[in-house]
Design a protein around this ligand. Structure first.
Ligand code: PEP
Ligand code: CO
Length: 449
């Protein structure tokens, strides 16, 4: 019998990857504020997403999840959010029209601010400072001052999340995501790239579909499916004091369940998934769909133990296992995990994060990810699942709608020497817009095959 869960029961457990705040009074004040702020998401939406993910677990649809490695205060801009959302919708259309699948859309957005780090310190030149842990915790500038964890940053992260989510909801309600608007989405980020021609061809097909639907009497005006879409938010539940302050007991729907209202979907990182640790403890008690990162150090028995803790009722859609091994390691690790889960009769969504196991440091010193390694891990993910008779349920990408040069390769053939041109990320290298769309086409081919 597990001990009783409360929103603060994680405080009795060992914890890693958290900041040490110096000003306890300021932290308390922030938490008091957050506890009174409106929730960012509503239980009904969370439950609806879980039902959609149950469909993915049954093999009926595909989960597309993606966004920044870390959202930043500095890059909180209208264009930035809109470009990202447009790219996301375009990728989903590619998967639907070319991959013949329904897509569950989950952004890494409106709350993705806290970062686990491999090293607690960062060295530059002869100087050593505490690592940057995401804008919700400290600042990216390499100064003593900036790296001091400041609890007040949580308020800014909350407000930025609220504003971002509000804009996304407004775009959706206002018809931006409507199928009959899709041909207006611009492609200036990939002028002349081979993927542009492929997308234009698809856009023509979408226009034709809209036209035929209109002839059948189905229009954006009379059909919610034509006019709108469902889009959900997600982030890593790393900063537990923030998560706790935004946890709410549902009364509106009468369930009495606890909801993490910081976002629809939260996940546990590869560095914080200790079965007896604080992060697993917090996540087990909220009703949201939960993700669990699965890296090379996770053994099959431990995975089963984690599944027992996080999804004891074996509820479909509750748990997404996010495999992130690297192109060179997935074939060694993933099959054993799949077999264990299958033999135990557990229902999960299997998702591939082809980013976090494929990070290398270029000769020029930049952290990067070769596009071909990213594609290779995804393709192996599909091949392995097909061999095991399980559903390759989704992908989890770090991507941006901007034309950055952070990952090498792709149709634009970004080289290591090109990385310096527009390397904007505060944390991990992201796929740029053209590379993301290219991945979507490659995925669609796999889904169809
Ligand atoms: C991440 O998703 O940004 C991340 C840090 O992943 P992981 O926990 O898998 O390393
Ligand atoms: Co990352």
């Amino acid at each position: 019998m597990p001990a009783v869960w409360t929103p603060d029961s994680w405080r009795q457990k060992p914890i890693v990857q958290v900041p040490e705040y110096r000003d306890a009074a300021a932290l308390e004040e922030v938490e008091r504020n957050l506890r009174n702020f409106p929730p960012l998401v509503f239980i009904r939406e969370v439950v609806e997403l879980k039902e959609s993910l149950a469909g993915v677990a049954r093999g009926e649809s595909f989960l597309l999840q993606g966004g920044d490695c870390a959202e930043s205060f500095r890059e909180h801009k209208t264009d930035y959010i809109r470009d990202y959302f447009q790219l996301f919708l375009q990728m989903a259309l590619v998967l639907t029209f070319r991959g013949n699948t329904q897509v569950v859309k989950v952004g890494r957005v409106a709350g993705q601010f806290a970062k686990p780090r491999s090293s607690p310190v960062e060295k530059q030149g002869g100087k050593e400072l505490p690592s940057y842990r995401g804008d919700i915790i400290n600042g990216p500038e390499f100064t003593e001052e900036a790296r001091i964890p400041d609890p007040r940053r949580q308020l800014q992260a909350y407000r930025q999340s609220a504003a971002t989510l509000n804009f996304l909801r407004a775009l959706i309600d206002g018809g931006y995501a409507s199928l009959d608007n899709a041909h207006r989405w611009e492609l200036n980020f990939m002028e002349g790239s081979p993927v542009e021609a492929r997308y234009r061809e698809l856009a023509d097909e979408i226009r034709r579909t809209v036209e035929i639907n209109r002839l059948l009497g189905i229009t954006a005006e009379n059909s919610l499916e034509m006019r709108s879409t469902r889009f959900y938010t997600s982030h890593e539940a790393l900063l537990l004091s923030y998560e706790q302050a935004l946890a709410r007991k549902d009364e509106a729907m009468g369930s009495g369940q606890w909801v993490a209202t910081s976002g629809h979907f939260i996940w546990i990182g590869d560095r914080t998934r200790q079965p007896d640790g604080a992060h697993v403890e917090f996540c087990r008690g909220v009703v949201n769909p939960i993700g669990l990162k699965c890296g090379p150090s996770l053994d099959p028995d431990e995975l089963l133990r984690l599944i027992d803790i996080l999804n004891p009722a074996n509820e479909a859609g509750r748990l997404t296992l996010i495999a992130r091994f690297g192109a060179g390691k997935i074939a060694k690790h993933l099959p054993a995990l799949i077999r264990k889960v299958k033999a135990a009769g557990r229902t999960v969504v299997w998702q591939c994060d082809p980013m976090h196991g494929n990070t290398i440091t270029a000769g020029t010193g930049y952290k990067t990810r070769p596009f071909e390694d990213v594609v290779s891990e995804v393709e192996q993910f599909f091949t392995i699942h097909r061999a095991e008779g399980t559903h390759p349920g989704g992908v989890h990408l770090e991507m941006t709608g901007q034309n950055v040069t952070e990952c090498t390769g792709g149709a634009a053939q970004i080289s290591e020497a090109d990385l310096a041109r527009q390397y904007d990320t505060g944390c991990d290298p992201r796929l740029n817009a053209a590379q993301s769309l290219e991945i979507a086409f490659r995925l669609a081919e796999k889904l169809k095959g």
